[in-house]
Design a protein. Structure first.
Length: 255
């Protein structure tokens, strides 16, 4: 069963998430299972920090006449930041970023870019420490609404543009999502929904990670399974639970 492990958006892109590479290595070493991994959190920030995406967001901001009349100078400043966004991304990945005056300039560019994106989407609050939508993540009904809201949920556009075509092209049959924090819940379930609707080769979707382990009872009690977005959840150490789940699926054994 061709498998992909995914880390969803909503985490700090400057802090590499090591759990999935460790699980991949463990499965290869102990079970001779090959799985692919994809950090859609880092890729999401790469996606929004582009001139094309930011210009599209700025156009949405420009459509608000009150903002245009009141903040013409600010709009021009945003345009300058958009022109420098590739410089900011590339510099952040080098030792040059450690120089105080360069770091300050790069941080300003990225802060402006985040402001543009947040203003373009209804109720969106992106930061490097998490991503919040206008919906209450503690209410399952609110989470369901968020997964379908194309005006407030930026992940839908991103997934349909980049991730769903990738999953289909690779013909994955198993998708596992590792959710570390509460801020990743809507992003993860949105991807699950879109996979269900658009990826016919995918036979099984499972959720795991630190947050899923801590919120397992809540997930079961609040009816998240009833959504049909996913099939199972994996608790505690992913190396063991993922190995046993994939073994069962590959051998048509009871889960």
């Amino acid at each position: 069963m061709k498998s992909l492990l995914v880390f969803p958006p909503g985490w700090n892109p400057a802090s590499p998430y090591l759990a999935l590479p460790i699980i991949k290595s463990y499965l290869k070493e102990n079970s001779n299972m090959d799985v692919d991994i994809k950090d859609t959190n880092v890729e999401f920030f790469d996606y929004i920090f582009t001139k094309s995406y930011l210009n599209k967001c700025l156009q949405r901001v420009n459509n608000n006449m009150l903002i245009c009349k009141k903040h013409n100078n600010t709009i021009n400043m945003f345009k300058d930041s958009i022109e420098e966004i590739e410089f900011a991304k590339n510099t952040m990945r080098t030792y040059e970023y450690l120089k105080p005056h360069i770091r300050k300039h790069v941080d300003t560019i990225l802060s402006n870019a985040i402001y543009i994106v947040n203003t373009a989407w209804d109720g969106l609050k992106i930061s490097f420490n998490g991503i919040d939508l206008k919906y209450n993540k503690s209410c399952s009904l609110e989470v369901y609404k968020a997964c379908y809201d194309i005006t407030s949920n930026p992940f839908i556009e991103y997934y349909l543009d980049k991730i769903i075509p990738y999953i289909n092209s690779m013909e994955y049959e198993f998708i596992g999502l590792s959710i570390t924090g509460h801020s990743q819940l809507i992003a993860a379930l949105t991807l699950c929904r879109l996979i269900r609707e658009n990826c016919k080769k995918v036979k099984h979707i499972s959720l795991g990670g630190n947050y899923i382990t801590r919120a397992a009872n809540l997930i079961c009690d609040c009816g998240y399974f009833d959504s049909g977005f996913f099939d199972t959840i994996m608790l505690y150490e992913g190396e063991i639970s993922c190995k046993e789940l994939l073994y069962a699926l590959n051998n048509n054994s009871p889960i």
